[in-house]
Design a protein around this ligand. Sequence first.
Ligand code: DGL
Length: 275
Amino acid sequence: MKNAPIGIFDSGYGGLTVLREIVKLLPEYDYLYLGDNARAPYGPRDFDTIYQYTLESVRYLFGQGCQLVVLACNTASAKALRNIQQLALPQMAPERRVLGVIRPTAEVIGHFTKTNQVGVLGTTGTVRSESYLLEIGKFFPAVAVYQQACPMWVPLVENGELAGPGTEFFVKKYLDSLLAAAPGLDTVLLACTHYPLLEPLIQRFLPKGITVVSQGEIVAKSLTGYLQRHPDMASRCAKNGQRHFHTTGSAADFEGHASAFFGEAVAAVQVDLRS
Ligand code: DGL
């Protein structure tokens, strides 16, 4: 397969924190990253809108040759993945696959906690979906999950506001609210791929002894396992070590912001999802 990169999708830049870890473990594969920056953030949007936007993005990535797409976005994974897998995929491309980030995270998060209390920080959409309550409950029924929506964090991160008094205020506000509800928690999951950019501040405002878990490494390990278990899919994905970055927003903005998330400079192309 000449042109079959693995598609990595996010509403904006956050999925780059996942891709960054994926390329460390699987550098040989080709990747096509799509950020729907023109329509980010997804977090406050309703179910139907998130489903439509995510479906359009997956269709675009399939059109670019992707056989396998990872929704590196919790909001899209929570609100759109199941319908894409069960309703859209069988008609659109039954032999292709779309994976999310919630299940691989839920499969391991219980191993981080000793008090059996986990805080989940996410967008309003992710929290309202209750996907983490459900999925963690399947794998770790003894773990109590405390959710906290952090609606200001994605806009702050998308705009590069990673420090300063305004950002500190909103980081502390949501953490204080979580800690008040769950004083015994020892593990906090950053259940939004944008949040690792705020991790230094999050660490600062959390009491010592609380483990902060980001998803990048977890998802990268899970994808590695998936490709090992599915050699047919692995052989259909191109392996030339190429990486391409598409955005529905401005390419210059994407290039300006991306390195903070990806760890290195990238060249981006602005695309129209309907083309
Ligand atoms: N990175 C996305 C997530 O993991 C952010 C969602 C948004 O656009 O609000 O949920």
